[in-house]
Design a binder for this molecule. Structure first.
Ligand code: ATP
Ligand code: MG
Length: 225
């Protein structure tokens, strides 16, 4: 069965496109067939060369309907639809067709307020902290803000995606031949979270056998308790 994941949210620049591509790359590295679907009319399609997933251009509603229909007709694909900021009406449409909805947000209070609004608007959606600080002190402050402002939504917040400058490689038109290992590992970790939620097992692949399952404290908050 094909699953559709939509990455949306009212605020621009939260990391929707980056998260969509990281998720697809991670799914591909774990042996799943994934398609990253562009809907943002102000962006150009990216070449699928070198990626572990295909890219699809659905920048108008007819193309989107066709891509979704095609994906739904295939077996065991995962389609990740990348939304665009400030498009509440389109977000509602994507929410309606998605099996899972992700709302990336950064650590600013403005992002937190916006994602809380979106979590109320889209009751099935999960919030994903993105560009999360690596520095221990900043990380603690960011986690504390989330706990204070978003405590009521705790079971809908996934494990944070750290700030990693190599993520910008995924948004290059052409992916370099070799992806840095930290980027691949982060992509796999995100994909594993989503596979857990979707209750999909990964096919065993020789290069994956060495990787053990996510430890409990690395699980999304939703799954950890
Ligand atoms: N995990 C990350 N680590 C470091 N930088 C990141 C990460 N995620 C996103 N960024 C950076 O943040 C900026 C915005 O990211 P992105 O384009 O993915 O956001 P977006 O939500 O798709 O924006 P828009 O609303 O314009 O579509 C980019 O410069 C991107 O490289
Ligand atoms: Mg984008």
């Amino acid at each position: 069965m094909t699953r559709i994941i939509c990455v949306i949210g009212n605020k621009g620049g939260t990391g929707k496109t980056t998260l969509s591509h990281m998720l697809c790359q991670g799914l591909g590295l774990l042996g799943h067939r994934a398609a990253c679907v562009l809907t943002d009319t102000s962006r150009e399609p990216l070449s699928p060369n070198g990626r572990r997933y295909i890219t699809a251009d659905a920048r108008n509603s007819d193309a989107l309907a066709k891509v979704v229909e095609k994906l739904r007709s295939l077996d065991d694909w995962i389609g990740v639809i990348d939304g665009a900021g400030n498009r509440t009406e389109q977000d509602r449409q994507l929410y309606a067709l998605a099996d899972i909805v992700l709302l990336p947000f950064r650590e600013s209070h403005e992002d937190l307020r916006t994602v809380i609004h979106d979590l109320d608007l889209f009751p099935r959606a999960y919030a994903v902290p993105t560009q999360w600080p690596n520095n221990a002190w900043q990380r603690e402050a960011a986690d504390r803000n989330v706990a204070q402002m978003m405590g009521a939504y705790r079971d809908r917040i996934l494990h944070p995606v750290i700030a990693l400058s190599a993520t910008k490689l995924l948004l290059h038109k052409q992916l370099p031949e070799q992806c840095p290992t930290p980027l691949s590992n982060t992509c796999r970790a995100i994909a594993r979270q989503l596979l857990e939620i979707l209750e999909i097992e990964s096919p065993s692949r020789p290069d994956e056998l060495k990787i053990s399952p996510l430890p409990a404290d690395e699980m999304p908050l939703r799954l950890a308790h």
